[in-house]
Every structure is written in structure tokens, then in C-alpha cells.
Design a protein around this ligand. Structure first.
Ligand code: TMP
Length: 201
């Protein structure tokens, strides 16, 4: 293994619209890093396994009604409840590939302040119309073209120069190669001692 007790793992976030390919590319990256002997885990937000996650899930699947503010705070709480485990994992040398984090729709809100800042944000860039053509929007509340257009505009506001923008309409293998290269750089920099920091600080 290339990791040692002093080097930390990297916090790597994939963002993008629904059907942009985040989930496939996240598991590809996990396999890639594990193949190189790195300790790595795949996480996703919302994490539907917790109590808060269940509330979010029943909202997303239209089984419950909540107003927008409540939902934003629940999404944020869902990250807070994982924060200390996240820090422990990173400090023990495990790299986390995170399928969505704080940047989706309202991620600029105060409740995010103090969560761990990603070392890398990979944005899988796709036009909402193109994403809609891809197989199976699953029928959840947010999987609708009009909403995804708003989300795309929201990402445009939130993203900054540090994000790596990847064209999500390239062949999958090309995307995979580009992601691997960027992620490996990031993992190496973190191993060499780049400090962890908090969002918005
Ligand atoms: P998922 O499809 O990745 O499980 O995400 C479910 C939906 O939740 C997706 O449409 C994006 C949305 N979402 C938010 O609205 N706020 C958040 O903070 C996160 C992580 C996801």
C-alpha cells in the first residue's frame, strides 16, 4: 500500500445533474484507487441510511411534504451527522469519493459552514436537456427537466475556479481516464500533507 499512518486521505466530491454519470464514475474511481493499493471508500449524499436520511428519502419519493427550507436543513444535517466519521476516515488515510456533497441546490446556505471542505470537486458537466435524454429519470421529485435547469443555474453560481469541469458527454472511458489522472494528483498532494480545511472559512 502507498498509504502510511502519517498521510491522510483525500476528500473528493463528484457533482453534476441527475444522469450526468456521477454514480458510475464514482465507483470506477473507487476501483481504480483500490487497484493502486490505496485505502478508499465510496460515500454519497444524501445518505439515506440514517434517520435524517430517511426523512429526506420520503420527501424525495413524494411520500411526505416539507417546505424548501426544512429540506435544505435536513440535507445539511445529513452531512453534519457524518462529519466526524468523515474526518476520522480521512485522518486515518482513507480517501473518500463522495457522490454529491454541499453544492447541490442551496449549498451556499449557512448550515454548511464548518463542514469539511473537499480537496477536489469534479463537476460532470451536461446540459439539462441532454441529461433528460438519458435513460430513466427515476421519477423522484427533483428528476424533472424544469427543476434540473434551475439546478444547472445554481451550480453555475456556486462553482469556482478550483472545480474541475469535465464534459460529461464524452465517451465514458475518456471521462474515466481524465478523472483518474486528476484524482491521483489530488491523492498525492493530500498524502504529502496538505491540511484539511472547512467550507467557507
Ligand atoms: P441522489 O439521486 O444522488 O440520491 O440524490 C437525490 C436528490 O437529492 C438529487 O436530486 C439531488 C438532491 N440533493 C439536494 O437537493 N441537496 C443536497 O444537499 C444533496 C446532497 C442532494
Amino acid at each position: 500500500s502507498e498509504s502510511n499512518s502519517e498521510s491522510r486521505g483525500a476528500l473528493i466530491v463528484l457533482e453534476g445533474l441527475d444522469r450526468s454519470g456521477k454514480t458510475s464514475q464514482s465507483s470506477n474511481l473507487l476501483k481504480y484507487l483500490e487497484g493502486l493499493g490505496h485505502s478508499a471508500e465510496l460515500w454519497r449524499f444524501p445518505d439515506r441510511s440514517t434517520d435524517v436520511g430517511q426523512m429526506i428519502s420520503s420527501y424525495l419519493t413524494n411520500k411526505s411534504q416539507l417546505d424548501d427550507h426544512t429540506v435544505h436543513i435536513l440535507f445539511s444535517a445529513n452531512r453534519w451527522e457524518k462529519r466526524s466519521l468523515m474526518e476520522t476516515k480521512l485522518k486515518s488515510g482513507t480517501t473518500l469519493i463522495v457522490d454529491r456533497y454541499s453544492f447541490f441546490w442551496g449549498g451556499f446556505l449557512a448550515p454548511e459552514d464548518g463542514l469539511l471542505a473537499p480537496d477536489l470537486v469534479l463537476y460532470l458537466d451536461i446540459q439539462p436537456e441532454k441529461a433528460a435524454e438519458r435513460a430513466g429519470y427515476g421519477g423522484e421529485r427533483y428528476e424533472q427537466l424544469e427543476f434540473q435547469r434551475k439546478v444547472a443555474r445554481c451550480y453555475e453560481v456556486l462553482r469556482d475556479a478550483s472545480w474541475k469541469i469535465i464534459d460529461a458527454c464524452q465517451p465514458m472511458e475518456d471521462i474515466e481516464k481524465q478523472l483518474q489522472e486528476i484524482v491521483l494528483d489530488c491523492v498525492t498532494i493530500c498524502q504529502k500533507g496538505k491540511p484539511l480545511s472547512n467550507l467557507w472559512s
